[in-house]
Design a protein around this ligand. Structure first.
Ligand code: SF4
Ligand code: SF4
Length: 334
């Protein structure tokens, strides 16, 4: 039994636990899965397995990580995808609508944990998705504040849902796993893990939370006149729809033009030519940086690291305005 914020979680003892982590490449779902498996199998001596499935690239495409273990140490013979998880963890809130298939197999015995600034009962799910407990954690904010990986925060937030593994064991194994990092990074990740545990909010799922009707959404309707060529994947993140919601890790750089002195370092490291310039003879270098075209930004943060005057700051995507995200402002620069 576990208490948090007046809500009480009671998870009956389970003989077998199956966890599915849904993330975008680069958010650390694979490492989080590894740590959970190490806790279950090496620390607790349960039987179990862990593996991950990656998209077409390891960064920026959907990743699934699976962990299953048996507390009664029965042989685990299945190495297939986990279809009916006891715990579903979503590392990127945008995936709720852009990849609704992540909820497949969620039933009344499934707990769902989502990286979101919203409270658990503010989160909406696709029609027909009725989990048991819903947890939410503002993982991006904590990870940014602690300067640690999002996966450490999410691991901490999973603790209440996994009484079989226990807080101490997860912290212990996490601490050993982070040894490969510098001591400062190790401490940052341990701190992020603790903050995740302290910050997770949990509520019973309400019946009306399954309000997203994907059928009614404003999506491109495909017919014989506009059917895509064979092999085109028509879902968000695809250039055909120009939706990049699911292609970043939750952060993007924000430019402070007052600080920028147009040195161009950011443009040299950007792999996707996101920086938009215009000729300006009055500028020290003859050109002026006018902004970023977020349509192409994958949030790799290389530009932030090289900017000598911190004119670019790491910003949560939901703090970037619609106007900044759209490319309409570019029209005015021509
Ligand atoms: S975060 Fe990466 S992709 Fe985005 S503008 Fe900076 S360097 Fe380019
Ligand atoms: S590196 Fe920084 S100062 Fe230089 S152009 Fe880019 S944002 Fe401006």
């Amino acid at each position: 039994m576990w208490f948090f914020g007046r809500e009480q979680i009671e998870i009956p003892s389970r003989d077998r636990v199956e966890i599915r982590l849904e993330a975008i490449g680069g958010q650390g779902a694979n490492s989080a899965g590894k740590i959970l498996a190490e806790v279950a199998i090496l620390e607790k001596k349960f039987t179990g397995n862990h593996f991950s499935s990656f998209g077409s690239e390891k960064r920026g495409t959907p990743v699934k990580s699976f962990v299953r273990f048996s507390t009664s140490r029965k042989p685990i013979r299945s190495a297939s995808f986990i279809r009916t998880p006891n715990l579903l963890v979503v590392f990127h809130e945008y995936m709720i609508e852009s990849h609704p298939e992540i909820f497949s197999g969620v039933g009344i015995e499934t707990d769902v944990l989502i990286n979101s600034a919203k409270s658990p009962n503010e989160l909406l799910f696709p029609k027909g998705v009725h989990p048991r407990w819903v947890g939410s954690i503002d993982g991006n904010k904590i990870a940014h504040g602690q300067n640690c990986g999002l996966n450490s925060v999410m691991l901490g937030a999973m603790i209440p849902f996994l009484p079989e593994l226990g807080k101490e064991s997860i912290e212990e194994v996490g601490g050993r796993y982070f040894v490969k990092l510098s001591e400062a990074e190790r401490q940052a990740n341990l701190s992020g893990l603790k903050k995740g545990y302290q910050g997770v909010r949990v509520k019973t799922a309400l019946p009306h939370q399954d309000r997203i009707n994907l059928e009614e959404q404003d999506q491109v309707r495909l017919g014989y006149e506009n059917a895509p060529f064979g092999g085109v994947i028509v879902n968000p993140g695809n250039t055909a729809l120009k939706s990049h919601e699911a292609s970043r890790k939750g952060f993007a750089p924000k430019l402070d033009k007052e600080v920028c002195f147009n040195c161009g370092m950011c443009d040299q490291v950007c792999p996707d030519f996101c920086f938009v310039w215009k000729i300006n003879p009055a500028s020290r270098f003859g050109a002026e940086l006018v902004g970023l075209d977020y349509q192409y930004c994958k949030g790799c943060q290389k530009c932030i690291q090289v900017c000598p005057v911190q004119a670019l700051t790491l910003t949560a995507e939901n703090e970037i305005t619609e106007l900044e995200r759209s490319t309409s402002w570019l029209e005015n620069q021509k």
